[in-house]
Ligand binder design. Sequence first.
Ligand code: TSX
Ligand code: MN
Length: 610
Amino acid sequence: MLQNIDISKWTKNKKVISWVEDKIKLCKPDSVHFCDGSKEEIDSLLKLLISQNKVIPLNPKKKPNSYLFRSTVDDVARVEERTFICCKNEEDAGPTNNWKDPVEMKNTMKDLFSGCMHGRVMYVIPFCMGPLSSDKSHIGIEITDSAYVVLNMNIMTRMGKKVMEYLDKDIDFVPCIHSVGKPLKKNEKDDLWPCNPENKYIVHFPEEKSIWSFGSGYGGNALLGKKCFALRIASNMAKEQSWLAEHMLILGITNPQGEKKYIAAAFPSSCGKTNLAMLQPKLKGWKVECIGDDIAWMKFGEDGKLYAINPEAGFFGVAPGTSYQTNYNAMKSLEQNSLFTNVALTEEGDVWWEKMTDKIPDGLIDWQGNLYDPKSNKPAAHANSRFTAPISQCPVRDLDFENPKGVPISAIIFGGRREDVVPLVYESFDWNHGVFLGASVSSQTTAAAKGEIGKLRHDPFAMLPFCGYNMADYFNHWLNLQNKTQSSKLPKIFYVNWFKKNENNEFIWPGFSDNIRVLKWIFERVSNKVSAKKTAIGYIPRIEDLDLTNLDISKENLSKLFEINQNLWLQEADKLQTYFSVFKDKLPNEMVNQIKSLRDRLTKETKCAQ
Ligand code: TSX
Ligand code: MN
């Protein structure tokens, strides 16, 4: 049984003390552990998990200080249908979120959490999203009964003792409570991956800015600093305080003359965001450096420019597809001090996943712990298996990653996976048109498990599962930002598509390292060094302005890459209008105007050069 715990020894912050006391009473853990983030703490947690067979230490000669976790089959991904935004008015959650009344939901959660940590340790994790000393950063505390969560939060956030001085100064925090939802009876043996698949709830209270998560131990469901806090709750804070919390990578790009600019980019899943964030450029003299691969918090600086920080401290990346060929810098980042979830295990005690190497190693153990049969037609690693690696280990991490000011953003890129219609790159006419491009982000599906392959899915700003309020209000928030600064200070907005195919169903653009050619054009557009061709959908590069040095691509393929088909684009406008109709009269008029102007430009066949 739990003795009285004196929380005031841990912090002077009254709000923290009463919140933690309250949750101890509610969850009734066997003991409470206040995380300090020390090496000793992490090592002893690992020792405990190893003794319980809940983690497999990898071969230190292959992956030093790295560990493999295996989840159960019913807990392998985020659960969007179990994710809720609980604000007073349903309309404030909007048509793209699941809404529940906050009072009702709070009662449901209190019932679920009541006694849910019986037989377990309650870990209290103070964490900071963003550099510790930054005025753009925000603090949270996650209460959890999962040691896996503690280990991951230790890589993904700045956590532990270093955060306490800020809490002691009475700085506000976002309370986050998580439980795997599997209390243990006396002498009951624990599962290797405890969870409660029948009762998963990922719940956000945007008005009080708190998070309650129950029943899942996986990724974004359980590491509450990431999608729940840094996107869903932070998007609400951002709306109230005129900043942006976005599902964007941040990269620095330096030209051969040593001039540097920063770019933020938003893509739906399976478009290779992590690959772009740490790209190895093909063009001589160009350099790309990584600030982050998933989330950007952007606020206006005193100079009127938009400054971005990465609230995270690690990569929680999809493993399959990652290789030294497709993403050398990610592979270097995960060579040590990393965690792996649901990947395959080799005979040598190393990790493996699909497309890591051409040859499938002999004697693989699959993600469920069974000997792998390459003839089974099933993958050895789960399609959503993950690596957790510190950004500090990324060979091309940007030195300004820890800069509390953040980095000035010169360009914002949106994109999606489209076999047809959308050209390799185009630039918006102005801010309103750029916001329209963000709102129109869509991607064709790749995963066979989720509906048909190739189906078009709208995913505005790549924020569909992550916007913590009405998406129509979010469009409006983006439109309003232009009133906060001079238009010359705003980033230029672009749209890219690496995935156009030819009539033989082959990708036309080589992608990956060659994407630097597109980034170069964007860089030079931003510095007004290169011209563009005005079309009905936006500005596209003149072929002679795109650096195609040492690239073997035919004239036909090139023209196909930049073809704008009037009929297909009119259909595109129709599809978008249909999609936007879910927002009813909440949709900003400007979005309606943008569709109308697009149709007008397409039908007027504007082919005027500029
Ligand atoms: O990440 C990708 N990027 C961005 C890289 C910085 N991928 C992988 C997407 C799944 C996550 C890409 N796939 C990209 C891309 O630019 N392009 C493609 C399509 C493609 C795939 C293979 C080849 C060319 C294009 N070529 C060969 O396989 C030889
Ligand atoms: Mn993401």
